[in-house]
Design a binder for this molecule. Structure first.
Ligand code: CP
Length: 301
């Protein structure tokens, strides 16, 4: 598969980003989070197309809010009511919007690797809003932003990423971004949900140890991407790899819980923990807006 790297123009992944690049996005997001008014005219007269070839709630709407807060003109493309239904390819769709004069495109798609090819052919900046199980860079950036707000410094922070690592673009983007800024990443997953190619980059550890980290990041079990059932029941998965109330009681007092959402309540995390005192899950979602403002601005300025 073609390796995606962050370039000046496109934001395709966190792999290859430097600590300095990441920090400058987090700093700019902090500026936008403090910005006193909801609407600015920073991107007045610029057109941004949100092209979602795969479903989304958080990413799609937070990009739209971010673009509108920056004063951009927003075009929302929905594959279900487009000529994709007549067989038009992703490339032809993006090229069509480019020919109409968009200034940047936010794109989510199922295939792995296609985005790197598109980025070589499309002149306007493309921002990856999640591609297959490859990368979801803005999710990782908002996750790092959340951790930095909590702990101040990311260097030396222990982060456990627990669950369906194999199907998770969030796990991959977090791994690359966290390692770039000096945090320590460990994975915890049943064998069927491990990504063997990542074992060279971060260790797989046992659940009892994983919940002792500074950050316990739970991943959604991506049932829609599983070809066959790996657990007999969701209850069996919860017992073995879920963040249960019993396990939460063994976490360090300063530790936080994160999850990119959507959440399978009472599967990877107990329902009562989703909004408990140490959970940052909805705070993560709110950080999606300033992070995406910073990223859109970076692409267009
Ligand atoms: N976390 C995330 O990417 O959520 P959506 O799929 O709803 O965008």
């Amino acid at each position: 598969m073609t390796q995606l790297v962050a370039s000046e123009k496109h934001l395709l992944g966190t792999k290859g980003m430097t600590a300095q690049e990441i920090t400058s996005i987090l700093d700019r997001a902090a500026y936008w989070e403090q910005y006193p008014v909801k609407l600015s005219n920073h991107l007045q007269g610029r057109f941004v197309a949100n092209m979602f070839f795969e479903n989304s709630t958080r990413t799609r709407f937070s990009f739209e809010v971010a673009e509108k807060r920056l004063g951009a003109e927003v075009l929302n493309f929905a594959a279900a009511v487009s000529s994709v239904q007549k067989g038009e390819s992703i490339y032809d769709t993006v090229k069509t919007l480019e020919s109409m004069g968009i200034d940047a495109g936010v794109i989510r798609m199922k295939p792995n690797g296609l985005l790197a090819e598109l980025a070589q052919k499309i002149k306007v900046p493309l921002i990856n809003a999640g591609d297959g199980n490859n990368e979801h860079p803005t999710q990782a950036l908002l996750d790092l932003y959340t951790m930095r707000k909590q702990f101040g410094d990311l260097r030396g922070l222990n982060v456990s990423i627990i669950g369906d690592v194999r199907h998770s673009r969030v796990a991959r983007s977090n791994l690359w971004a966290l390692q770039a800024v000096g945090a320590k990443v460990s994975f915890c997953a049943p064998e069927s949900m491990q990504a063997p190619e990542l074992a060279a980059h971060a260790p797989y550890i046992k659940m009892d140890e994983a919940v002792k980290a500074d950050v316990v990041m739970m991943l959604r079990v991506q049932l829609e991407r599983h070809e066959e059932s790996v657990f007999k029941s969701t209850e069996e998965y919860r017992e073995a790899y879920g963040l249960t109330v019993k396990r939460e009681a063994t976490m360090a007092s300063h530790a936080i819980i994160m999850h990119p959402a959507p959440i399978n309540r009472d599967v990877e995390i107990d329902d009562v923990l989703v909004e408990c005192g140490r959970s940052k899950i909805f705070e993560q979602m709110s950080h999606g807006v300033p992070i995406r403002m910073a990223v859109i601005e970076r692409a267009l300025n």
